[in-house]
Each structure stands twice: as C-alpha cells, then as structure tokens.
Design a protein around this ligand. Structure first.
Ligand SMILES: Cc1ncc(COP(=O)(O)O)c(C=O)c1O
Length: 338
C-alpha cells in the first residue's frame, strides 16, 4: 500500500500508530457511542473539548475525518488553480497530490541523505521572494522523522506574508516536545495546524483528526466542509481523547524508538536521526527487503514513493515485535550473502 497499512494479522511496521495502543477510555467511549440520529453528529462538544485540551478557544478548532480531511479542506480553501504551493521534502505524498488536484504547481525543497537536514533557509528565501500561496510543512516530518526547532518555525512564519498560508501537518507532534506553543502559532491568521488523532489513538479506522487555526481560517475551512464528515464513533473518541500523552507513554515510545534505531544500526542499516514514532533507515536492496519481509507477513514501508528507493521506514513497535522484525532482517541479509 502506498501509504503503508498492512493486512489484518501482519506485523505492522508500515503505519505509524501509537505502539502503546488505544487508551482504554477511548475504546470504552467508542463502544458506548450513539449513532441513531443526525444529532449524534454534532461536533461542537468534541471541538470544545479538543480546544480546551490544546489551550485555545473553541473558535480555533474544527473536527475532521482524520488529518486527511484537514489537509483537503486547507488546500481547497486556500489554494486556487494556478497557485504555487511549496513543501519541505521529502515529505508526505498527499501534499503534492492535493495541490495537483487543485491545479496548483507544487515544489518540494528536499533535504538529502544521510542527515536530511531541513533546508529551512531555502524555504525562507522562496517565501521572501513571494508568490507562494501555501507552504506545506510536516513536523515531525514523514518519512524522515526530523523536527523543526523553535527558531526555524518562527523564522518561517516571519518570512511568510499573510497571503501565504502555512499549513503544518502535526500528525506526529504529540510524540515530541512542543517547541512553539499552539496559541502563539494560531494567533496568526495564515497558520493552519492539522492533527491526526488516528495515529495517537492507534485507531485509523475511526477517521478522526482536527484543525487548529485562527477563527477566520477556521471559518474558511467550515465553509468548504461536507456535512457530517466525522462519524459518531469518531466524535465519541474525540471527547475522551487528549493530545497530551502521559509521561509514561511518551518515555516508553522514546525508549522503544532508541532501541529500534540502535538495533537497525547494529544490523548494518543507517538510521536517520529523528524523533517521530518511526525510523527512516538507508537499506541497500530496500525493495527486495520489503518484499521478502512481506512474504513473512511483516510490513515495513519502502520509501520509493518519497523518492528514496534505498530507504525503508519502520514504525516504532514494542520490543517483542521489534525482535521478530530484526530476526527476519538478519535472515534476509544472510540470504543475500549466501
Ligand atoms: C504526515 C501524515 N499526515 C496525515 C496522515 C493521515 O492521517 P489520518 O489517518 O488522520 O487521516 C498520515 C498518515 O499516514 C501522515 O503520515
């Protein structure tokens, strides 16, 4: 699958879901959800809850059917045919797809292996030259796992005039330390934060996310939203969810990430330094490795669609699952040498 996502029953290292699983309170809320009337689809309470959780007023939040809908709404509302969109690449493929559907041109300013240092200065140069309608950022970035530091975020925002919407896909930001507060970001009318709750809650089937932005931007997004896009089960989950991971979960995921990166390095792969709940690693023969693992029902993400055919992206999973993967990788490599 281009976006990752393994069949049921596989070991799933290709979709980057919270390895600690769905919180019990969310699972229970979903089980109790009412869905017999359209009234069950009123998102106002969930939006108030998520806004309070983020420390902003309810007028700053729009509930969406996953980050996918948030991105779609932002591009629909703020990018017109013939416009220019720009992104820091290699990055999430939906940015290019959505800009293309809208008839906009799309440029990716790409970081390069081995460290994938983000080309922030190049982006700032482009923003200062003007003529860009949307800057699409993914922070932490998929697939590199790299994060923007506070000073880079502030420099990017200072370089973007109000005609340029800065759309930040924060789908994985709950797993890393916050560098610039949400209230500071969305005080600007041209900043749109897109969040996925499906990663954090390890529940992609719920289709749940939200946007945080200035009230004027939220009004523009509401104007192009379909009615009832988030289902009753998603709304129930939203009311029980928090973007703030408890300390134990944060530390566990960070520890498991470190373990995964170290083990991949020990097996001869070259992990890219990053902080997201997945690890990008250079792997000679990546396509063959991914296919051979697939034959064993182990899914890791081949990164050819990101323009990185010699890299794989591996989700952080619990140690026991990592060990199965590492044994399989060892076998694949031994097969290569034989
Ligand atoms: C960066 C990024 N944004 C958005 C999404 C989609 O998230 P959702 O399931 O909430 O629509 C993904 C899923 O892989 C992703 O990696």
């Amino acid at each position: 699958m281009e976006h990752g996502g393994a069949p049921r029953g596989w070991l799933e290292f290709s979709a980057n879901l919270n390895p600690c699983g769905i919180p019990t309170a969310v699972r229970d809320a979903v089980a109790r959800a009412d869905y017999g009337t359209y009234a069950d689809l009123d998102a106002a309470d969930a939006e108030r809850h998520l806004a309070a959780d983020a420390g902003v007023g309810a007028e700053h939040v729009l509930l969406t059917a996953g980050a996918t809908e948030g991105l779609r709404l932002a591009i629909t509302a703020f990018v017109a045919p013939g416009d220019r969109a720009i992104a820091l690449g290699p990055t999430y493929g939906e940015f290019a797809r959505l800009a293309g559907i809208r008839g906009a041109s799309f440029t990716e300013l790409r970081s390069a292996p081995p460290a994938f240092d983000t080309p922030v200065d190049a982006l700032i140069g482009e923003l200062e030259r003007g003529g860009i309608t949307a800057a699409l950022l993914c922070d932490p970035n998929n697939p590199t796992g790299t994060v923007l530091n506070a000073s880079d975020v502030r420099r990017i925002l200072a370089a973007a005039d109000v005609q340029t919407h800065v759309v930040v896909d924060q789908s994985f930001s709950a797993f890393v330390n916050e560098r610039v507060g949400v209230a500071e970001l969305v005080a600007r009318p041209n900043v749109v934060l897109v969040r996925s709750l499906t990663k954090l809650l390890a529940a992609p089937g719920l289709r749940l996310g939200y946007v945080i932005a200035h009230p004027s931007a939220i009004a523009s997004l509401r104007a192009v939203r379909d009615p009832w896009s988030a289902g009753a089960h998603a709304l129930a989950a939203a009311l029980a969810a928090s973007w703030r991971l408890d300390r134990d979960t944060r530390e566990t995921v960070a520890r498991w990430r470190e373990r995964l990166a170290r083990s991949l390095a020990e097996e001869g792969f070259a992990p890219v330094p990053g902080e997201a709940p997945f690890v990008l690693a250079r792997a000679a023969g990546a396509e063959r490795i991914v296919r051979t693992l697939g034959a064993r029902r182990i899914a890791v993400r081949w990164c050819a669609s990101f323009g990185l055919p010699d890299h794989i992206r591996v989700a952080v999973r619990p140690p026991a699952e990592q060990d199965v993967l590492l044994r399989a990788l060892r076998d694949v490599r031994a097969g290569t040498r034989a």
